[in-house]
Write a new protein. Structure first.
Length: 478
């Protein structure tokens, strides 16, 4: 539940202190806001029907266009090109019939293989990773290719006429259908290779880590010391009003689910227009039930029912968590893989080591970023939006502690955790360093108590006990 993600929608205002936002931005209805349109596109992108349906529509249109081109060219022109000429109506019907029947058969086979892969991935890696397989553009393109080829050949087949008085063979269209069949064979070969590599844990972890790194870049875009001349503005007018708790109106959810996206730009616009201060009570990743408070707007006497509805419309609530504005969810998926691999039923500590390595990579990237301010201001430097910001220390400690609970009796897992936390501490801030080192000491102490073999205890004892904070980003060593 990473609230900092709520600030990711405006890439023009990224500093350690929030940059004012202009009120001259387009004032569009909440239901047409970029946040909701982006959420709609994400749902289409993760669906297994959208791209195949789009490709099928293109193939239908293409069949009509090429048949019309055939009618315009005439058979005399086509006969000059041996590759396009497909003999008579019977030959054209035979070719198109064979292609159409084989394509729908292979499409059914591909769909069955995909469903089997999803079932295997769900049982082996956890249900949260199904999103990655559903979003896999390659699988969607493969299925769409065979369905589109089937529809194309079927529609072209109906135009072939072989009567004595009215004979018509769309030679160009039939030749293009043959090309589609050849392309489909190539796509089938690629699909077999792709589906075999996509279920490998190394491939899956690489995709999860890449998605998490992208989330870090998107939600924490400002690098440390990138704007060293800009100082924080801590004037009194930027503080939350002292009577906020008693004087704010709660905006309640009209449905249940997980907060997926927050349109901070829409909140800024509404708050500035009506001179409000809005605090986000339910950040991305939070589960809300119908009637739960999702926002608080101050002062309450300026918040009418219509304004409250507009404010609530800036939040998108869905069935599941999504990684676009929820960095903790992206991290959690990697942690879950490590936990499942350490369960007695699977007992695969090597996968847990891979997960720890990927987490170290992600947190190392996060350590190089400034933590955004939890406040946003308008162009008059008036406080408008407030939320909670999770830090590197919180995210890293929750992730490493969750893995340590399952792997505390495995010397390799403990050693990798301690080494990764040691490396991370060299580039973290002082606050994160203290939190990480406190957890590291607890894991080391508990690991030594849980390990039964003297050799394993010696491995842990050989690791540095007290780590020093690095000098990166200007932090002094301890």
């Amino acid at each position: 539940m990473l609230a900092v993600s709520a600030f990711a929608d405006d890439n023009r205002a990224r500093r350690i202190e929030s940059k004012p936002i202009s009120l001259r931005e387009a004032r569009i209805p909440t239901f047409l806001s970029a946040t909701r349109l982006s959420s709609l596109w994400d749902r289409l992108h993760t669906s297994f029907w959208f791209l195949p349906a789009a490709m099928s529509g293109v193939s239908v249109a293409l069949s009509f266009v090429l048949v019309q081109v055939d009618a315009w060219l005439g058979v005399d022109v086509v006969r000059n090109f041996d590759l396009l000429y497909t003999f008579g109506p019977e030959g054209a019907r035979a070719i198109l019939s064979v292609i159409a029947s084989s394509m729908i058969t292979v499409a059914s086979l591909i769909f069955s293989i995909t469903m089997l892969t999803l079932q295997l991935a769900s049982s082996q890696f956890g249900p949260r990773v199904l999103r990655n397989f559903m979003r896999d553009r390659s699988n969607q393109i493969v299925l769409g290719t065979f369905i589109a080829t089937f529809l194309y050949c079927l529609l072209v087949l109906r135009t072939v006429r072989g009567t004595e008085n009215s004979s018509f063979v769309p030679h160009l269209s039939v030749a293009f259908g043959v090309l589609l069949a050849i392309a489909s064979v190539a796509v089938l070969i690629y699909f077999i290779h792709h589906i075999a590599t996509s279920i490998r844990i190394e491939t899956l972890l690489a995709h999860l880590a890449a998605e998490t790194r992208s989330a870090v870049d998107r939600l924490y875009p400002e690098r440390i010391d990138q704007n060293p001349s800009q100082d924080k503005d801590e004037t009194a007018e930027h503080t939350i009003p002292s009577d906020f708790e008693g004087g704010a109106r709660q905006v309640h959810a009209d449905g249940s689910g997980y907060v997926q996206r927050i349109g901070v730009d829409a909140l800024m616009r509404i708050a500035s227009e009506h001179d409000l201060v809005v605090r986000i009570e339910a950040p991305p990743g939070r589960f809300v039930s119908e009637g739960d408070a999702i926002l608080a707007a101050y002062p309450s006497d300026r918040v009418s029912d219509d304004i409250a509805n507009d404010l609530g419309g800036a939040l998108v609530v869905g069935l599941d968590r999504t990684p676009e504005q929820d960095l903790e969810f992206s991290i959690r998926r990697i942690v879950e893989l490590a936990q499942r691999s350490l369960s007695p039923g699977i007992n695969d500590p090597t996968t847990a080591l891979y997960c720890i390595d990927r987490l170290g990579e992600v947190f190392g990237r996060l350590a190089d970023r400034e933590i955004p301010s939890p406040t946003r201001f308008d162009e008059k430097r008036q406080l408008r939006v407030v939320t909670k910001v999770d830090t590197l220390g919180e995210l890293a400690c929750h992730a490493f502690a969750a893995i340590a609970r399952y792997g505390i009796t495995d010397v390799d897992v403990i050693a990798r955790l301690l080494s990764t936390m040691d490396k991370l501490s060299r580039s973290s801030s002082r606050e994160a360093f203290e939190a990480i080192m406190e957890l590291r000491a607890a894991i080391r102490r508990e690991g030594e108590n849980q390990l039964s073999l003297a050799f394993d205890r010696e491995v842990i004892q050989a690791l540095p006990e007290n780590c020093r904070q690095g000098v990166r980003h200007g932090h002094a060593e301890n």
